[in-house]
Each structure stands twice: as structure tokens, then as C-alpha cells.
Ligand binder design. Structure first.
Ligand SMILES: *[C@@H]1O[C@H](CO)[C@@H](O)[C@H](O)[C@H]1NC(C)=O
Ligand SMILES: *[C@@H]1O[C@H](CO)[C@@H](O)[C@H](O)[C@H]1NC(C)=O
Length: 199
């Protein structure tokens, strides 16, 4: 809208004699040259938002966006496309391959997605584990918590799981609970001397 207002202003002030509203486009007009810096000789309005993707996964969908030529009514047509199309819905479909002509790839966090080029799969490097939940118990290694790790760079391959569950809460439990849950036994941390449970 601002562009249109600016355009109308320029048309009426700068080029009143040469670029009248009914004129055929003339590349020598100063106004048209001024307006042309981006795309030929006309002035485009901004692109619309992308339309809703026609699919949710597998890169099976398409979406479009359009734009209109703001200077067209003033005799300065735009060059370039008034519509763009792209594929969309890149997340992988559960249990299904990617759509024709697209390739399955693994993101750094283990997410499966589809892309247009064949994935480059150099060996990746695991990043350190980080907690994605709190320990759900306080002692005896009776708790469980989940961890995740990233494989970098994205698109590369690491062997192993992106997430795991581990036992947690390593201090001894106090009576009446047994000090350690089944599968763990009493021990001492060699550095801090704290009472802990170990496998
Ligand atoms: C902690 O989570 C694990 C796994 O979800 C579950 O088996 C266990 O019963 C939980 N413990 C408590 C104290 O809620
Ligand atoms: C990945 O996780 C599964 C299920 O939790 C487990 O059985 C398997 O041993 C893990 N693989 C590796 C390489 O740790």
C-alpha cells in the first residue's frame, strides 16, 4: 500500500507530462527507471504469504504465493513472475517414503524429513548427552530420566540412538526403603565419599 501511494506521488510529481495514466510504457521515462531497481522496469507489490501447504508430510505438497504489479495501472509493467510455486510439508510421513523425486534425510536431532537433493551422509559426531526430563525419583537409582543428543552436522550419520533412558537418583535411600533399588548396590563415590548406588 505504501508503495502504491509513493508510486502515485512519483507519477504525479516527477513525471506528470511523460508518464500519464494512459501512456504506453516507455523505458526512457525517469520515473520508470527509478522504480525499476529490483525487477525490470515496473514496481512489484510485496509477495503474498505462502498459501496453506496442500500436504503435511513427505514433501508431497505445493504452495504458491503471488504478487501484483503496482505500476501496471500507470503504464509501467513489471518483469518477472507474478506467482511462485514450491514444494512443502517436509517432515517425513510416518511409515511412508518421501514423495517422488525427494529424498529422506535425518536432522541433527533425529527428526526424519524429506528434501529435494540426495542427502550427503558423511559420518557425523555425537554431541554430549543432555537431560530432557527430570529424574522421577530421589534415591537408590530408582528413578528414570531421558536424555537426548545431537548428531552434527545435520544430514550426517551417527550410529546409535538419539534419545535414551537412564537410571538416576544415585544416593542411598533411607529406611524403610532399601538403600538401593533392584539391580544396584551400595557403594561410595571415590572422590566425595558420598553414599551412592551403582550397577
Ligand atoms: C519413573 O519413570 C519410569 C519410566 O517412565 C517408570 O517406570 C517409573 O515407575 C517412574 N517412577 C516413579 C517413582 O514415578
Ligand atoms: C537404542 O535403543 C533401543 C531401545 O531403547 C535399545 O534396545 C538399543 O540397544 C539402543 N541402541 C544402542 C546402539 O544403544
Amino acid at each position: 500500500m505504501l508503495q502504491l501511494v509513493l508510486l502515485a506521488f512519483l507519477v504525479t510529481t516527477l513525471s506528470a507530462e511523460t508518464c500519464n495514466f494512459n501512456s504506453i510504457y516507455n523505458p526512457s521515462l525517469e520515473f520508470c527507471v527509478f522504480a525499476s531497481q529490483q525487477d525490470g522496469n515496473g514496481l512489484w507489490n510485496d509477495w503474498s504469504d505462502w498459501s496453506i501447504c496442500s500436504a503435511t508430510c513427505g514433501l508431497c505438497g505445493t504452495q504458491i504465493r503471488t504478487r501484483t504489479c503496482a505500476s501496471q495501472p500507470y503504464g509501467c509493467p513489471c518483469t518477472g513472475n507474478a506467482m511462485e510455486v514450491r514444494r512443502c510439508g517436509a517432515s517425513g510421513c510416518t511409515g511412508k517414503p518421501c514423495c517422488d523425486g525427494t529424498y529422506k534425510a535425518v536432522a541433527y536431532d533425529g527428526t526424519i524429513f524429506c528434501q529435494l537433493e540426495p542427502p550427503i551422509t558423511p559420518p557425523g559426531t555425537w554431541q554430549p548427552w543432555f537431560a530432557t526430563s527430570f529424574c522421577n525419583d530421589t534415591c537408590g537409582m530408582c528413578g528414570t530420566m531421558t536424555q537426548a543428543r545431537y548428531c552434527m552436522p545435520t544430514g550426517s550419520q551417527c550410529n546409535g540412538n538419539f534419545t535414551q533412558q537412564i537410571a538416576c537418583g544415585d544416593g542411598w535411600c533411607s529406611s524403610p526403603k532399601p538403600p538401593c533399588c533392584p539391580g544396584f548396590m551400595k557403594s561410595q563415590n571415590p572422590i566425595t565419599n558420598a553414599d551412592i548406588c551403582v550397577p
